[in-house]
Design a protein around this ligand. Structure first.
Ligand code: OSB
Ligand code: MG
Length: 385
């Protein structure tokens, strides 16, 4: 691949109204917020990445404000002026700043897009260049949809019906104590055959094992992250008590974490969010680990705008991603999105990979400016000092 020299990296903080809020066991925020990272090389190419974070440290420890500080003051200075022959060199350049995975993932994603564009190839093909030759990307990606906690079972059933009518063939529901067994029973009664999974976002403890075991009768594809966000060990005590496979999300931040979880038997499936593990370089390691061990893998989402979603879709096109991913069509999230063209759900509950180079979608400058102004009006925090 042709090298790139990074000339400048700009940050855009945005807030976007969501078509449908996603209420989880830790609540819902009114806007989808993110930092969009714009990296420019010395030949004038531009790459985009997304740091997908909320304003509160609820899903993970980082927030929009912490990521702004880390990105501006510690990550960007390490990259500007550097010449890279592959984006997989970015993590070593950034290694002096620990943790802060979402922040580093946003910057790394912009460099991946920049590298793909400078070389006139799709991002998915750029990923495949870093894998053995039998990992050429597919042209479309099987996806599902994630539905938040509703005020009533009737509303939940109606929303599932709407998503099935739209063509989604894998439904993920958020659960929390008090919104689990009755929910699963009602949904299974109404839809006995749909591919169904539940996501607890860490709402339970090991003391709930007997309760959670009652979910086994509902033929679930998996249960996502039942126990603490920072736990692996207790999941390894829970999994043998359930026939439903546990999928880990919040607990896994690196290939090392996943190796440990597999060693302990803490889960059987991985929800890989490239942004949670620090970027696509670490994601490639996790991907190879899953392929090597025959572990089911899918790509998760953080309600990304088109920028982050296009990159996740490119990664999900790799053939080792074996289960439907949390990458829904544009109209599930935004009207309009910040990028064009929109992602439209096609036959077989699939999204087509865009044909353009890099992430394959274009940021719309007028919508970006509007979303930045919306952030400035919404920003709930006074300046720090
Ligand atoms: O736990 O998977 C999760 C969104 C924000 C934070 C955490 C999660 C999610 C989702 C969204 O489930 C899936 C999507 O982006 O469509
Ligand atoms: Mg999850």
């Amino acid at each position: 691949m042709k090298s790139i020299t990074i000339q400048e990296i700009r940050l855009h903080v945005i807030a976007m109204p969501l078509v449908e809020l996603l209420k989880t066991s830790f609540g819902a925020e009114p806007y989808k917020t993110a930092i969009l990272v714009e990296a420019v090389d010395s030949d004038g190419h531009t790459g985009w990445g997304e740091t997908a974070l909320k304003t509160q440290p609820a899903y993970g420890a980082e927030t929009i404000i912490t990521a702004l500080h880390i990105t501006r003051d510690f990550l960007i200075p390490k990259l500007v002026g550097q010449t890279l022959d592959t984006p997989t060199r970015a993590p070593e350049l950034l290694s002096s700043a620990r943790g802060n995975h979402h922040a580093r993932a946003g910057v790394e994603a912009a460099i991946w897009d920049l590298m793909a564009k400078a070389n006139d190839i799709r991002l998915a093909d750029c990923f495949a260049l870093h894998l053995p030759p039998d990992h050429a990307p597919r042209d479309s990606v099987r996806v599902g949809v994630s539905i938040g906690i509703q005020d009533s079972l009737d509303e939940q059933i109606a929303l599932i019906q709407k998503r099935l009518d739209e063509g989604y063939r894998r439904i993920k529901l958020k659960i929390a104590p008090g919104w689990d067994l009755d929910l699963a029973r009602a949904v299974r009664q109404r839809f006995p055959d749909i591919v169904l999974m539940l996501d607890a976002n860490s709402a339970y403890s090991l003391a709930d094992a007997d309760h959670l075991r009652q979910l086994d009768e509902f033929n679930l594809l998996m249960i996502e992250q039942p126990l603490a966000y920072n736990d692996i060990y207790e999941h390894s005590l829970l999994q043998p008590q359930l026939s439903t496979p546990i999928c880990l999300d919040e607990s896994i931040h690196s290939a090392g974490d996943w190796r440990l979880a597999l060693e302990l038997g803490a889960g059987k499936i991985l929800n890989l969010k490239p942004t949670r593990v620090g970027g696509f370089t670490e994601s490639l390691k996790l991907y190879e680990l899953c392929v090597e061990r025959g572990i089911p893998l899918w790509i998760g989402g953080m309600l990304e705008t088109g920028v982050g979603r296009a990159a996740n879709l490119a990664f999900a096109a790799l053939p080792g991603v074996t289960l439907p991913s949390d990458i829904s069509a544009t109209d599930r999230y935004f009207d309009p999105d910040i990028t064009e063209p929109p992602f439209v759900l096609g036959d077989g509950s699939a999204l087509k990979l865009p044909e353009g180079t890099g992430i394959g979608v274009e940021v719309q400058p007028d919508r970006l400016a509007e979303a930045e102004a919306r952030w400035r009006a919404y920003n709930p925090f006074p300046p720090l000092f």
